[in-house]
Design a protein around this ligand. Sequence first.
Ligand code: BES
Ligand code: ZN
Ligand code: ZN
Length: 494
Amino acid sequence: MPLKLSCATTDPSKASADLLALGVFAGESISTTAPIDAIDKLLGGALAEVIKHREFTGKKDQTIEIESLGRLPARRLLLVGLGEEAELTVETVRTFAARSARSANGAKATSIAYGIPGKLDAEKARALGEGLVLGAYRFTKYLTGERVPKAELAKATLLTSGKLDKVRKSAELGFKIGTCVCYTRDLINEPANELTPIALADYAKNVAKKHKLACKVYDAAAIKRMGMKLFVAVAQGSVNEPRMVHLTYKPAKATKKRLVVVGKGLTFDSGGLCIKPAAGMGEMKSDMSGAGNVVGFMAAVAELAPNVEVHGIIAAAENMPDGNSYRPGDVFGSLDGKSVEIINTDAEGRLVLADALSFATKLNPTVLVCNATLTGACVVALGTHCSGFYATKDELAKQFGDAAKEAGEQFWHMPLLEDLREQLKSDVADLKHMGDRWGGSITAALFLREFVGETPFIHCDIAGPALADKPYSFYAKGGTGQGVLAFLRFLETL
Ligand code: BES
Ligand code: ZN
Ligand code: ZN
């Protein structure tokens, strides 16, 4: 049964669910404050004891999880510290909802009830809906027999004292947005033998149909005909043909603003002739995370229905070693006419993106946002929970950085250091596609910038956070979809 969300004004102590998840603000008299006081009474004072012994003070991320042993209508109780009430953020609410849903999955619960003290504003109700879906998410498609999960969350109830209609509407929007982010996760988690560039384009087409977006798919011949020689070069070593996808959201009453988001869609990156070491190569099925983000983002845009025109561009290809692969030393033209000398065939992402960005620039965007699992260097710099981003203007960087922060996603502003531009000079062509090892994430960004002309440009290197080795915050293990919520927030600031 698919998960459903409803809202109710039921008192948490009377709520029946497999898991009752209660957010608790930091304070001294937790056990005597509603609704814990009523629950403690039903439990004969046992909860107050546990709170005392575990030194649970409602600090952020503290939890207590107990069985109710038939003394509450709820089978299990989870208390989650939310920190100070005055400092409650959207991210804290989303993470509370997500980690509770993860606990529910772990406890084989089919129903969950959420309680947060006080009134939920629209933003936080939406975050709760998002967190529910994002936390409940599991990728189980390929599991059989014993490995199939025994239970699935089917029912979630948001217990609230706020205006029910308003809260419901916002929570439902969050639920829908969360569902869209799960498209991204499914795409990332899908193995590369299944998710070829053609399959990725087909998936995008289906999402477009479902969410009433326009969708145009360019096949290998069309990509070639348009003159995307760098894109073709990367794809030529694979038997799986490349595809470019153009998704469009056009509102009836649009402002003059136009956002274009581009995603790297390498369904597998073996490194090509400059082949990667075997250890960790399997993770390169996630090298289409930028494209996955575009799919999830565009679907969420359709749900949000802003009055700004939004385009999503996906450059999908596979990077493989083959008799027909492109080689180091090769020189290719690009869509915008520059010639590029290939140094290392594993720096393929910036090549497909160069042509996709030139294409996107022709759409005349107010802002052009690129996102890609582009460099290991960015992961070395920022770790696996934070993406790097570059912007061609400081105001734009501020606007995007603030939006990501408000969305509760970690993005750090990186510099487009002009000194490093020199490394992209080639003896035989207009440009080399990479520089030396140091500052590798920056030179990649500088290379991309060559293909956007004067268009205000943001490039996000999501190589670290795209895939998680364990769940954290509101992210699942595996594909995370990190970026989609930041892009949505950014769109809302336009
Ligand atoms: N897809 C990789 C980058 C990557 C690394 C993504 C780790 C996720 C996790 C990219 O195509 C790549 O191989 N980049 C090379 C560039 C180098 C050859 C200049 C890298 O980062 O090593
Ligand atoms: Zn690569
Ligand atoms: Zn790659």
